[in-house]
Design a protein around this ligand. Structure first.
Ligand code: SF4
Length: 399
């Protein structure tokens, strides 16, 4: 559990102290506003509130400034997510992003991603992104079927995805990713494949395809409990997933993570940091961070007003902070690393944690191998195709 009191960890994390100055290579900033809240959404987001935007941006910059006093930065990946960052007015968006970009290491190629939702990227917003150094956008398309978008309670219409991509490209952002959701209630294999066709027609370099989950507390979960929607049959969901892998492979997209597919060289470097259990700094309401050098994981309060109040009072916005033991870090490295198709490199794991992966998890490895979910050789440990389908079950064995 998270034992360290938040204020204490704030002093540790933010004080202009100590000879301990880990280099921050990846930054995440959370912008928690959306025009409406989608029925399945489990992220921390609030309905867009004009009055709250200025204080939020000022607080994000103040939180970052605290970290600047205590850490060295050599940033080469930045990801701004939410929420919907592109709901911010262009001038405030640019103010925030420009500050984030100023921490980039000019000697390294920067990947700077902003999430964007269809119909929130005007030419002015796109110009603000480009002027701040953003060179990649991740667009929440989710579906190209108007009925499915309605089930998901998304507010955009299918043609707005292409229009958003057109605006981003015209502004100079050519690295575009699309998020899609499969196993939407009522969806057939044929309608999912039509979604994939529509996405492929947009010729983006990266696709993320997630099976819909019904998270407790969401409106969609409530509808499920009340019998107003029905889950897609498990076998059909597996069929959709396998068909996705095969179709995207034929189109030149390499699956590099359970849910992520990219043209060669267009893998999301920022997300790879997470899956490699590398460190990153997270700022904003609900943001998590991991200061890998000292194994410290933290999470900020998931409430914009409380976050702004804490920052204004000079207090920590963290509500959880824990220095992870070596064992806990190995467990994280296991379940995160196995999400990647290339699997876990045993030599790298040994070098980092002073123990071989198989020696660290002998029972789990043997059980999952016998069940046909893991492939083990001298160099690598990776999921089999069946293991990919049962990724959550595999992850649970290491948690
Ligand atoms: S746009 Fe994304 S973050 Fe916002 S409510 Fe919908 S799913 Fe959640």
């Amino acid at each position: 559990m998270y034992a360290m009191p938040p204020t204490e960890s704030y002093k540790l994390g933010h004080g202009a102290t100590t000879a301990f100055t880990p280099r921050i290579r990846s930054l995440y900033a959370h912008v928690p506003f959306c025009h409406t809240i989608c029925g399945y959404c489990d992220f921390y987001s609030e309905v867009f509130d004009k009055q709250a935007i200025g204080p939020l941006v000022d607080s994000l910059l103040a939180e970052l400034a605290c970290y600047e006093t205590a850490h060295a930065f050599s940033v080469d990946t930045i990801f701004v997510g939410g929420g919907t960052p592109t709901t911010l007015p262009p001038e405030l968006l640019q103010k925030l992003l420009t500050k984030l970009a100023s921490l980039a290491d000019r000697n390294l190629p920067l990947e700077f991603t902003s999430e964007a939702n269809p119909a929130t990227v005007t030419p002015e917003v796109a110009a603000a992104l480009v002027n701040s150094g953003v060179n990649r956008v991740s667009i929440g398309a989710q579906s190209f079927d108007a009925g499915e978008l309605q089930v998901l309670e998304r507010i955009h219409r299918p043609p707005q995805v292409a229009e958003t991509i057109r605006i981003a490209r015209a502004a100079g952002i050519d690295n575009v990713s699309i998020d899609l959701i499969f196993a939407v209630p009522g969806q057939s294999l044929a309608s999912w494949m039509r979604n994939l066709d529509a996405a492929l027609a947009l010729n983006t370099d990266h696709l993320s395809c997630y099976g819909l989950t019904f998270e407790p507390g969401t409106p969609l979960h409530r509808q499920l409990s009340e019998g107003r929607v029905r889950k897609v049959d498990e076998d059909l969901e597996a069929e959709m997933y396998e068909a996705t892998i095969e179709r995207l492979a034929r189109e030149g997209y390499r699956q590099y993570e359970v849910s992520n597919f990219a043209r060669p060289g267009r893998e999301c470097r920022h997300n790879l940091r997470y899956w490699n259990n590398d460190g990153y700094l997270g700022i904003g309401p609900s943001a998590c961070g991991f200061l890998a050098d000292r194994g410290l994981r933290y999470r900020n309060v998931p409430d914009t007003a409380a976050y702004v109040r804490a920052i204004r009072a000079g207090k920590s916005p963290q509500i959880e902070s824990e220095a992870l033991s070596r064992e806990a870090q190995m467990r994280d490295a296991a379940w995160l690393g196995l999400r990647q198709n290339r699997g876990i490199d045993r030599a790298t794991f040994r070098e980092r944690y002073a123990q071989d992966f198989v020696d660290a998890f002998p029972a789990a490895v043997e059980e999952l191998r016998l069940d046909g979910l893991l492939e083990v050789d001298d160099a690598t440990i990776r999921l089999t195709r069946r293991g990919l389908l049962l990724g959550n079950h595999v992850a649970a064995r290491f948690l």
